[in-house]
Design a protein around this ligand. Sequence first.
Ligand SMILES: Cc1cc2nc3c(=O)[nH]c(=O)nc-3n(C[C@H](O)[C@H](O)[C@H](O)COP(=O)(O)OP(=O)(O)OC[C@H]3O[C@@H](n4cnc5c(N)ncnc54)[C@H](O)[C@@H]3O)c2cc1C
Length: 288
Amino acid sequence: MKKVIIIGYGPAGVTAAIYLKRTGIDPLVIGKDLGALDGYSDLVENFYGFSEPIEGYKLIQNGVDQAKNLGIEVITDSVISLKQDETGFVVKTQKKSYHSEAVLLATGKTRQTLNIPGFSKYRGKGISMCATCDGYFYRRKKLAIVGCGPYMLHELEYLNRISADVTVFTHGNELPNLTENPVVFDQILSFKGDDKITHIVTNKGEYPVDGVFIALGVPSSIDFASQLGVVVEKNNISVDQNYQTNIEGLFAAGDIIGGKLQIAKSVYDGMQAADSIYSFLKDKSKKA
Ligand SMILES: Cc1cc2nc3c(=O)[nH]c(=O)nc-3n(C[C@H](O)[C@H](O)[C@H](O)COP(=O)(O)OP(=O)(O)OC[C@H]3O[C@@H](n4cnc5c(N)ncnc54)[C@H](O)[C@@H]3O)c2cc1C
């Protein structure tokens, strides 16, 4: 029986593990990959402490190595279900089952990609998956955002602050929420350009662009949390001020709880969640 299982070894999960270890609690950390920045070789240059930009995947790998070097148990496996029993939680992975008194969900968010010609070619060359991360480089430019749900509106709000020329492309989908931005409902056929993207090609024409932001869906990795009846609002797991969900002993931190989808915020969440988990376990042992 573990005291805490942390699902996810991105910035939120690893930070929580490091802070818990400091309190004398040995967490088990389970992750399936390097999360949002898995395989992301573009540079991160807005995280504190790096005098030179660092490749995204390297930053996250460093965090995992740091946890291991501190003696934290980190395993690579996929969690496929989460259940409660009389003693706490049962975390089932593809390979085995683990028991714990508390669980921290730090599973991040899955960003959808597009199976459209030109997407891979221009990703990082005018196509971005994150307005808050890259929007700054496209100030006052002609921008497009591809999406139709709450995540698109969240990203659009940011883009509208940096450019007066942002068009929404729904890629053939309906748009449930109204927006004052121009909307193109056409099906996108391809992205075209030279060394950088210059146009979106649809079934009805070609649209010039300087930058395209993809904001399709962003479904959370909340499936197994939902199995327990965790409250989810707009694709974010709801937590109280102690990072606890509506289920006692089940905590969540990082991208999965919404807010700014940034490393700095996930690190902060992880640290705070560790404090709350520590208090929870202390109270629990007093009552026992
Ligand atoms: C392309 C891109 C560029 C970005 N650039 C920047 C940037 O420059 N600066 C910045 O601050 N932020 C950037 N971000 C955002 C940043 O990467 C995230 O905010 C941050 O990684 C979130 O941390 P997290 O710990 O919440 O989740 P993640 O880092 O996504 O980690 C989630 C963890 O949960 C694990 N997991 C998920 N489901 C399961 C499961 N079923 N079983 C086991 N493990 C599971 C994953 O394997 C992973 O280990 C970028 C994001 C993207 C996509």
